[in-house]
Write a protein of this length. Structure first.
Length: 358
């Protein structure tokens, strides 16, 4: 991992870990590691040697943890390696070196039979191209993974029906994919991936083929589903605005390496380098920075007759100061006041963000 990587302040039980992951393409990619687990003393020199040899380094020493119930977004420009990494996590692409630890076991050591069982029962996958079977109805498409598991017809159709209702497609069970809009097809793909009740959910640019309005609606739907289901999610996108809207944490990739990991606010307010700064320069800071990011301890001075949650963005926090300039109390998920935000805190946060963008 690059030295300037910031893991952010995420907490919770680790569900999935990626350790020193490499994916090389070329004549003898494994020869660069000599049986090692991918840990390299000098990554920069190693990558230089790989590229000078004519090999393609699609993923370079990638490391991160994904916590239980977290939306972890990997983003970057085309060719940055983000889709390669998510395919390595599920071994749709075989890594050259490294470790992928899922529920305490290294997936790279799993046999083919073990891997098939893990994919069938513990992983859900959604891709940019919906992959629905054109000759099957919507209900049959959603039930297909359960059929592969050997689940009986009545049980799998009952489960598929539940998933269709969950994603708002009730009434479309007998339709064929060609009879659905793009947004409906993606909902069907999401329902199918959820039918197996996955422990971890991989989504590779699931909304990028949709029109902007439908894409926004699908993002809303995604957040609604996550609030209900609390899945552990690895989500790939090239759209930074989508990333900051959906992510608990973001990993930004460039040329196969992770440049920075952090919360949306950390990435926007404390970019690791010029590359990250370029990504964030057009982001409206008031939509990203939250009360929890800028609050001070206490709360006894807060007399603005308002209490906001730690996740309240500045966009929704600032109108509270129309009532007066006293600080606003900030409460945790249990409603306990844990801090306060003043008007000056907001001005300082926005001013620092603007200075960083200049």
């Amino acid at each position: 991992m690059a030295e300037n990587v910031n893991e952010g302040g995420a907490t919770g039980e680790i569900k999935l870990s990626c350790r020193n992951l490499w994916k090389l393409y070329g004549r003898d990619p494994a020869g660069f590691f000599n049986g090692s687990d991918g840990a390299i003393a000098n990554t920069a020199d190693h990558i230089r040697d790989i590229r000078q040899s004519g090999h393609i380094a699609a993923a370079c020493n990638v490391s991160f943890d994904v916590r239980e119930g977290e939306i972890f977004i990997i983003m970057g420009l085309s060719g940055s390696g983000k889709s390669t990494v998510v395919r390595c996590l599920s071994r749709l692409v075989e890594p050259t070196a490294g470790e992928v630890i899922f529920d305490g076991d290294d997936l790279l050591k799993a046999t083919r039979a073990e891997l098939i069982e893990i994919r069938r029962h513990k992983m859900g996958m959604v891709f940019q191209h919906f992959g629905l079977m054109p000759h099957l109805t919507v209900l049959e498409n959603v039930a297909l993974p359960l059929k592969i598991q050997g689940i009986g017809r009545d049980q799998r159709f009952a489960r598929a029906q539940e998933m269709l209702e969950l994603v708002g497609l009730e009434g479309r069970e007998a339709a064929f994919p060609r009879q659905l809009s793009g947004g409906q097809q993606q909902r069907a793909g999401i329902a199918r991936s959820l039918a197996v009740e996955p422990a971890v959910w991989f989504l590779d640019e699931p909304f990028s083929a949709l029109d902007p309005l439908i894409r926004r609606q699908m993002q809303d739907e995604f957040l609604r589903l996550q609030k209900l289901l609390h899945k552990t999610i690895v989500f790939i996108t090239h759209d930074f605005l989508e990333a900051i809207r959906l992510a608990d944490r973001i990993a930004i990739m460039k040329d196969g390496e992770i440049v920075q990991i952090g919360t949306p606010a950390e990435v926007v307010m404390q970019p690791a380098d010029d590359y990250v700064t370029e990504f964030t320069q057009d982001v409206p800071r008031d939509k990203v920075i939250t009360a929890g990011d800028i609050m001070s301890a206490g709360g006894s001075d807060a007399s603005n007759h308002a209490t906001v949650g730690v996740d309240t963005t500045l966009e929704h926090l600032m109108p509270h100061f129309r009532r007066g300039m006293a600080p606003v109390a900030v409460a945790d998920a249990a409603g306990v006041v844990i801090g306060q935000v003043s008007a000056q805190d907001i001005l300082t946060a926005l001013a620092v963000a603007e200075d960083d963008a200049d």
